[in-house]
Write a protein that binds this ligand. Structure first.
Ligand SMILES: *Cc1c(COP(=O)(O)O)cnc(C)c1O
Length: 419
């Protein structure tokens, strides 16, 4: 996270002192770097320059309007997984013709809304969805642009909860059924077959799973062409990993170059448009969660730093035992103790980091790093905790991009029974 630096023993973000951010906006608070987001997207865009490529941002990673707006202005498309995300993307100024609609359970209302908006492609995940979409589109006198999401049966080598390309996964259409599904799609009145897609998982740190999936897609494109079904695009999904704990994933450029090299060697896909759906690798290391130590307490077994952020703010440790580096904002010399950094929520799974060497005192600030992806977007109000504020730092200034929720707003939609 090269947008962080130490100045006078304090952690700064793009030149803004994190002490001041906490003072001004309170804690817990998410802090993102504009330069880091634009830099990550820009690396993909530069690697793809001169080619027919659409880099989509998988907005479920972080769907704040300010983040979407920056990426839309930079030229990104968007990968959405719900009607809500479509509305959000449009509210942020995205162009529907650069939006692809993924997801295993799209409702009829969502399909209708996306058709009306004019999304670029529906990434369809089952034959039932195909038929439902065809009926809806045909009733409107339209043909919906469709790609079928193929399950390439490739092991992404990542956490089971974020592996999506294995045979036993709920995602996509089984490899063995793909040709049949395309034949059916080609005969449906409300469907226009335009592409093929896959997405094999997330936080992938090797090139080989991406290339293995691409091989299987190329094979399918060839067989479809032989069957008279010509495609216009290939969408390889997202999934590129980031450095949370010293992982060394391929760079964004290296990944795209390896894919382009393989694509250029295949006459069947060489001329097709390529699309991608990157989430984590665009925003993950562009954000941190700033939290304050409330209490330090110890028992015979462990030391606990109880902080004011919790699993409802950042769910990844509780959900996947994910590791996030945690660093003090104020450096106090060498650590004498190891701490479990835990939140106030009433669950033993409510921890942000375990067994960390930290030199800290009560009321110190801690930065939980690499929290820009699947942090705020997975947050909840568990324990009636208002969601954190979000701040974007940009060339030395800190901007509030989402207000901290109020407690009243959390029960405003509740209704008591009549007397
Ligand atoms: C979540 C998701 C992505 C993004 O994955 P990252 O690991 O964040 O890049 C892309 N495509 C689909 C279909 C997804 O579900």
């Amino acid at each position: 996270m090269d947008w962080l630096e130490s100045r006078d023993g304090r952690l700064n973000a793009e030149g803004v002192c994190l002490d001041e951010v906490a003072e001004r906006f309170g804690t817990p608070v998410y802090v993102y770097s504009r330069a880091a987001i634009e830099g990550a997207y820009g690396e993909f865009a530069r690697a793809a320059r001169g080619r027919k490529v659409l880099i989509c941002y998988a907005m479920k990673a972080n769907s704040n309007l300010a983040v979407l707006d920056l990426l839309a202005r930079a030229g990104a498309g968007f990968d959405i997984v719900s009607g809500g995300e479509l509305q959000r993307a449009l509210a942020a100024g995205a162009d529907a013709s650069r939006v692809v609609f993924s997801g295993v359970g799209k409702s009829a209302a969502e399909l209708r809304m996306a058709l009306d908006a004019g999304v670029r492609c529906f990434n369809v995940e089952s034959r039932s969805e195909l038929r439902r979409l065809s009926t809806i589109a045909a009733a409107a006198g339209r043909r919906a642009p469709v790609s079928l999401r193929v399950n390439p049966d490739v092991d992404a080598g990542t956490h089971p909860y974020i592996s999506t390309g294995l045979r036993e996964s709920k995602f996509g259409i089984a490899h063995a059924e793909v040709l049949e599904a395309y034949r059916e799609a080609a005969g449906l009145p409300g469907i226009e077959v335009t592409g093929i897609d896959c997405h094999i998982g997330s936080q992938i740190t090797e090139l080989s799973p991406f290339i293995a999936a691409l091989e299987r897609i190329i094979e399918l494109v060839e067989r479809l062409a032989a069957d008279g079904i010509a495609l216009r695009h290939v969408d390889l999904g997202g999934g590129l990993g980031i450095d949370y704990a010293g992982e060394r994933p391929p760079t964004r450029t290296a990944l795209l170059e390896a894919i382009f090299a393989r694509v250029d060697a295949s006459p069947a896909v060489r001329g097709l448009e390529l699309m991608f759906e990157f989430g984590r690798s665009i925003v993950g290391n562009a954000g941190l969660l700033l939290t304050r130590v409330e209490y330090l307490k110890s028992n015979e077994a462990r030391n606990f730093a109880v902080v004011d952020a919790a699993m409802n703010d950042l769910m990844r440790p509780a959900l996947y035992e994910a590791f996030h580096r945690i660093v003090p904002v104020r450096q106090r010399g060498t650590a004498e103790a190891r701490w479990d950094v835990v939140g106030p929520v009433c669950e033993s799974g409510d921890w942000l980091g375990r067994d960390r060497a930290l030199a800290i005192e009560e009321e110190d600030l801690l930065a939980v790093l690499s929290a820009g992806a699947y942090g705020m977007s997975m947050s909840s109000n568990y324990n009636t905790r208002p969601r954190a504020a979000e701040v974007m730092v940009d060339r030395g200034a800190a901007h509030l991009i989402r207000e901290r929720e109020t407690v009243e707003s959390l029960y405003a939609l509740d209704r008591r029974l009549p007397d």
